[in-house]
Design a protein around this ligand. Structure first.
Ligand SMILES: Nc1ncnc2c1ncn2[C@@H]1O[C@H](COP(=O)(O)OP(=O)(O)O)[C@@H](O)[C@H]1O
Ligand SMILES: [Mg+2]
Length: 270
């Protein structure tokens, strides 16, 4: 298997609080990797470490054969990113905003129009950013990440704050990207339903720890097995989910997180 991003026991501590705890993830080249977890799970912190925005307390990672920290700058040149809600100069047009980023990155002039086309904003490039809808602003943020067509995209909750049609629009756009050019995408969300239709593989994070990594089918199988194993135990969360029949994968995800939370509480009592 050819992985383009691997982390090894990546850990981030803030004073006594462990935000990311020994996380080892594996992202296949050309895939869409859904990075899933409730708010506060440590998704943004993990992504910020991959982008060199915050230093790991422990552990290491490699991106496209380059190792952090030695190859930090080379790694950054490979990644386009969208972290939390991007901000823009609202009194400049979409095209002018992108041109500022383009110049900082030292990319050719035509990369702006290319990025606008990739996100379907080419007809709105000359409109002031303040006149963009929220969905258009998110698309402009994505266009910023796409400048120069980087081989790796790290997108932190790009559907945050959007209404269902906006979510649908961004989801379709992200899904289309690997078909438009050769790229690998890591995308985070706190809702499985938001990424189950587009991710090839998923990693589930809770309280900084990776609970699961694999395909959606593997997640289904895994949950079923855990449900069976738990039938005789006092922890009935999985039985409840079994009764529902896991019709909805979101239940599997939420149940896994609930069970992990119960286990964490039990450990704390012991
Ligand atoms: N700069 C920081 N200082 C202290 N704690 C932080 C800092 N950044 C994040 N955290 C904590 O780390 C945990 C994980 O945060 P984050 O990575 O933003 O989670 P997510 O993106 O999954 O919602 C949270 O409990 C958050 O409060
Ligand atoms: Mg976050």
């Amino acid at each position: 298997m050819e992985y383009i991003i691997t982390t090894e026991q990546l850990t981030k501590k803030y004073k006594n609080f462990v935000s990311v705890n020994n996380v080892s993830i594996h992202i296949r080249k050309g895939s869409i990797y859904g990075f899933l977890g409730p708010n506060g799970a440590g998704k943004s912190t993990t992504m910020k470490m991959l982008l060199g925005l915050t230093a790991p307390t422990k552990g290491s990672f490699a991106i496209d054969g380059r190792h952090f920290p030695e190859d930090r700058l080379a790694i950054l040149r490979e990644i386009g990113s969208f972290i939390e809600s991007p901000s823009f100069y609202v009194n400049l047009t979409g095209r002018e905003n992108l041109d500022i980023i383009r110049r900082i990155l030292g990319l050719p002039k035509d990369s702006v129009d290319d990025a606008l086309r990739l996100v379907g904003l080419n007809e709105f490039g000359n409109r002031l950013a303040k006149k963009y809808s929220l969905g258009m602003k998110q698309r402009l943020g994505l266009a910023g990440a796409l400048l120069g067509r980087p081989p790796i995209l790290i997108l932190d909750e790009p559907t945050n704050g959007l209404d269902p049609s906006g979510i649908h629009e961004i989801r379709n756009l992200v899904k289309s990207l690997p078909k438009l050019y050769d790229c690998t995408i890591m995308i985070s969300s706190h809702m499985l339903s938001e990424i189950e239709l587009l991710a090839d593989d998923i990693g589930i994070l809770n309280h900084g720890r990776l609970l699961f990594e694999g395909s959606l089918d593997e997640l289904r199988d895994n949950a079923q097995k855990m449900g069976n194993a738990n039938q005789m135990s006092d922890i009935n969360i999985f039985n409840v989910a079994n009764k529902i029949g896991f019709a909805n994968l979101e239940d599997v995800f939420l149940t896994m997180v609930d069970q992990d939370n119960v286990a964490i509480k039990q450990r704390a009592v012991l």
